[in-house]
Ligand binder design. Structure first.
Ligand code: GRF
Length: 194
Protein backbone atom coordinates (compact mmCIF):
# COMPACT_ATOMS: atom_id res chain seq x y z
CA UNK A 1 0.00 0.00 0.00
CA UNK A 2 1.33 3.43 -0.92
CA UNK A 3 2.64 5.58 1.89
CA UNK A 4 0.08 8.28 2.67
CA UNK A 5 0.94 11.94 2.93
CA UNK A 6 -0.06 13.89 6.01
CA UNK A 7 0.12 17.65 6.44
CA UNK A 8 0.09 18.78 10.09
CA UNK A 9 -1.09 22.23 11.18
CA UNK A 10 0.07 23.39 14.60
CA UNK A 11 0.19 26.68 16.52
CA UNK A 12 2.22 25.75 19.55
CA UNK A 13 4.67 23.32 21.05
CA UNK A 14 3.87 20.53 18.64
CA UNK A 15 4.17 17.58 21.02
CA UNK A 16 1.33 15.85 19.15
CA UNK A 17 3.16 16.59 15.90
CA UNK A 18 6.25 14.96 17.43
CA UNK A 19 4.21 11.89 18.25
CA UNK A 20 3.20 11.62 14.59
CA UNK A 21 6.75 12.24 13.36
CA UNK A 22 7.99 9.43 15.63
CA UNK A 23 5.18 7.09 14.54
CA UNK A 24 5.97 7.72 10.88
CA UNK A 25 9.69 7.20 11.47
CA UNK A 26 9.32 3.94 13.41
CA UNK A 27 6.72 2.54 11.03
CA UNK A 28 3.79 2.60 13.46
CA UNK A 29 1.84 4.45 10.77
CA UNK A 30 2.21 3.90 7.03
CA UNK A 31 2.56 7.60 6.38
CA UNK A 32 4.98 10.41 5.86
CA UNK A 33 4.61 13.88 7.36
CA UNK A 34 4.85 15.84 4.12
CA UNK A 35 4.75 19.33 5.65
CA UNK A 36 4.08 21.30 8.81
CA UNK A 37 2.26 24.63 8.73
CA UNK A 38 1.96 27.09 11.60
CA UNK A 39 -0.18 30.19 11.97
CA UNK A 40 2.05 31.55 14.76
CA UNK A 41 5.48 33.11 14.49
CA UNK A 42 8.14 31.05 16.22
CA UNK A 43 5.90 28.09 17.08
CA UNK A 44 8.13 25.32 18.44
CA UNK A 45 6.30 22.90 16.13
CA UNK A 46 8.27 24.49 13.27
CA UNK A 47 11.56 23.64 15.01
CA UNK A 48 10.41 20.05 15.41
CA UNK A 49 9.66 19.92 11.67
CA UNK A 50 13.09 21.34 10.80
CA UNK A 51 14.86 18.84 13.06
CA UNK A 52 13.03 16.02 11.29
CA UNK A 53 13.83 17.41 7.83
CA UNK A 54 10.18 18.17 7.08
CA UNK A 55 9.25 21.21 4.96
CA UNK A 56 7.65 23.85 7.17
CA UNK A 57 5.70 27.03 6.57
CA UNK A 58 5.31 29.93 8.97
CA UNK A 59 2.20 31.90 8.06
CA UNK A 60 1.83 34.24 11.01
CA UNK A 61 -1.83 35.22 10.97
CA UNK A 62 -1.10 38.41 12.87
CA UNK A 63 1.55 39.65 10.42
CA UNK A 64 -0.42 42.55 8.94
CA UNK A 65 2.38 43.40 6.50
CA UNK A 66 1.92 40.00 4.86
CA UNK A 67 -1.76 39.42 5.47
CA UNK A 68 -3.75 42.64 5.23
CA UNK A 69 -7.01 40.71 5.25
CA UNK A 70 -7.98 37.28 6.52
CA UNK A 71 -8.44 35.98 2.96
CA UNK A 72 -4.74 36.53 2.26
CA UNK A 73 -3.80 34.38 5.23
CA UNK A 74 -6.29 31.67 4.27
CA UNK A 75 -4.91 31.59 0.74
CA UNK A 76 -1.31 31.24 1.94
CA UNK A 77 -2.24 28.29 4.15
CA UNK A 78 -4.32 26.69 1.38
CA UNK A 79 -1.47 27.08 -1.14
CA UNK A 80 0.97 25.39 1.22
CA UNK A 81 -1.47 22.53 1.77
CA UNK A 82 -2.19 22.15 -1.95
CA UNK A 83 1.53 22.05 -2.75
CA UNK A 84 1.72 18.69 -0.92
CA UNK A 85 -1.61 17.16 -2.00
CA UNK A 86 -2.10 15.42 1.36
CA UNK A 87 -4.28 12.36 1.93
CA UNK A 88 -4.98 13.64 5.43
CA UNK A 89 -4.66 16.94 7.28
CA UNK A 90 -4.14 16.77 11.04
CA UNK A 91 -4.82 19.79 13.23
CA UNK A 92 -2.57 19.30 16.24
CA UNK A 93 -3.09 22.28 18.50
CA UNK A 94 -3.97 24.59 15.61
CA UNK A 95 -5.76 27.75 16.65
CA UNK A 96 -7.14 29.13 13.38
CA UNK A 97 -10.42 28.05 11.83
CA UNK A 98 -9.96 26.53 8.38
CA UNK A 99 -12.03 27.94 5.52
CA UNK A 100 -14.88 25.88 4.08
CA UNK A 101 -12.98 25.10 0.86
CA UNK A 102 -10.23 23.32 2.79
CA UNK A 103 -12.49 21.22 5.00
CA UNK A 104 -14.60 20.15 2.05
CA UNK A 105 -11.68 19.38 -0.28
CA UNK A 106 -9.57 17.38 2.18
CA UNK A 107 -10.06 14.87 4.95
CA UNK A 108 -9.24 16.90 8.05
CA UNK A 109 -9.08 15.73 11.66
CA UNK A 110 -8.47 17.60 14.93
CA UNK A 111 -7.42 16.61 18.42
CA UNK A 112 -9.27 18.30 21.24
CA UNK A 113 -8.37 18.04 24.94
CA UNK A 114 -11.81 17.13 26.32
CA UNK A 115 -14.51 14.49 25.95
CA UNK A 116 -16.48 16.19 23.18
CA UNK A 117 -19.21 17.30 22.89
CA UNK A 118 -18.44 18.50 26.42
CA UNK A 119 -16.17 21.54 26.68
CA UNK A 120 -15.90 22.13 22.95
CA UNK A 121 -16.77 24.95 20.58
CA UNK A 122 -15.79 28.58 20.27
CA UNK A 123 -13.62 29.74 23.17
CA UNK A 124 -12.74 26.26 24.43
CA UNK A 125 -9.05 25.95 23.64
CA UNK A 126 -5.84 25.43 25.57
CA UNK A 127 -6.03 25.89 29.34
CA UNK A 128 -9.56 27.32 29.11
CA UNK A 129 -10.82 23.79 28.45
CA UNK A 130 -9.18 22.36 31.56
CA UNK A 131 -10.22 25.31 33.73
CA UNK A 132 -13.83 24.77 32.68
CA UNK A 133 -13.65 21.01 33.36
CA UNK A 134 -12.33 21.65 36.89
CA UNK A 135 -14.83 24.47 37.55
CA UNK A 136 -17.68 22.14 36.54
CA UNK A 137 -16.53 19.58 39.12
CA UNK A 138 -16.08 16.83 36.54
CA UNK A 139 -14.48 13.61 37.79
CA UNK A 140 -13.20 12.65 34.37
CA UNK A 141 -11.96 14.34 31.26
CA UNK A 142 -10.05 13.09 28.25
CA UNK A 143 -9.20 13.69 24.64
CA UNK A 144 -11.13 13.40 21.40
CA UNK A 145 -10.04 13.05 17.79
CA UNK A 146 -12.79 14.12 15.42
CA UNK A 147 -13.39 15.06 11.82
CA UNK A 148 -13.31 18.77 11.08
CA UNK A 149 -16.37 20.21 9.42
CA UNK A 150 -17.45 23.80 8.98
CA UNK A 151 -18.28 24.23 12.67
CA UNK A 152 -15.96 24.41 15.68
CA UNK A 153 -15.43 20.99 17.30
CA UNK A 154 -18.68 19.71 15.76
CA UNK A 155 -17.46 17.03 13.31
CA UNK A 156 -17.97 13.30 13.82
CA UNK A 157 -16.01 11.69 16.65
CA UNK A 158 -13.37 9.16 15.56
CA UNK A 159 -11.93 8.08 18.90
CA UNK A 160 -11.86 9.23 22.54
CA UNK A 161 -9.92 8.32 25.64
CA UNK A 162 -10.80 9.14 29.23
CA UNK A 163 -8.52 10.32 32.00
CA UNK A 164 -9.47 10.91 35.64
CA UNK A 165 -9.68 14.39 37.12
CA UNK A 166 -7.83 14.10 40.45
CA UNK A 167 -8.71 16.03 43.61
CA UNK A 168 -6.48 19.10 43.73
CA UNK A 169 -5.90 19.13 39.97
CA UNK A 170 -5.05 22.50 38.45
CA UNK A 171 -5.53 23.33 34.78
CA UNK A 172 -1.80 22.58 34.38
CA UNK A 173 -1.77 19.14 36.03
CA UNK A 174 -4.93 18.09 34.20
CA UNK A 175 -3.61 19.43 30.88
CA UNK A 176 -0.42 17.41 31.31
CA UNK A 177 -2.39 14.20 32.00
CA UNK A 178 -4.66 14.78 29.00
CA UNK A 179 -1.74 15.67 26.73
CA UNK A 180 -0.01 12.39 27.52
CA UNK A 181 -3.15 10.57 26.39
CA UNK A 182 -3.36 12.71 23.25
CA UNK A 183 0.06 11.53 22.10
CA UNK A 184 -1.18 7.94 21.79
CA UNK A 185 -4.67 8.85 20.66
CA UNK A 186 -3.56 10.91 17.68
CA UNK A 187 -1.47 7.99 16.41
CA UNK A 188 -4.35 5.55 16.97
CA UNK A 189 -6.72 7.78 15.02
CA UNK A 190 -4.34 8.20 12.09
CA UNK A 191 -3.77 4.42 12.00
CA UNK A 192 -7.53 3.88 11.90
CA UNK A 193 -7.98 6.28 9.01
CA UNK A 194 -5.12 5.31 6.73
C1 GRF B 1 -3.27 19.88 22.89
O1 GRF B 1 -3.83 19.81 24.17
C2 GRF B 1 -4.37 19.88 21.86
O2 GRF B 1 -5.41 19.03 22.15
C3 GRF B 1 -4.82 21.30 21.95
O3 GRF B 1 -3.61 22.04 22.06
C4 GRF B 1 -2.61 21.23 22.66
C5 GRF B 1 -1.46 21.17 21.72
O4 GRF B 1 -0.32 20.62 22.25
N1 GRF B 1 -5.71 21.64 20.90
P1 GRF B 1 0.94 20.39 21.32
O5 GRF B 1 1.21 21.67 20.55
O6 GRF B 1 0.67 19.23 20.41
O7 GRF B 1 2.08 20.10 22.26
Amino acid sequence: MAVKKIVVLASGGGSNLQSLIDAAENGAINARIAAVISDRRGAFALERAKSAGIPSYEHDRFDKARFAVRDDFDRAVADSIDAHAPDLIVLAGYLSILPRETVTRYRVINIHPSLLPKFGGMGFYGRKVHEAVIAAGETESGATVHYVDEGVDTGGIIVQERVPVMPGDTAETLAARVLETEHNLIVTAVKMLL
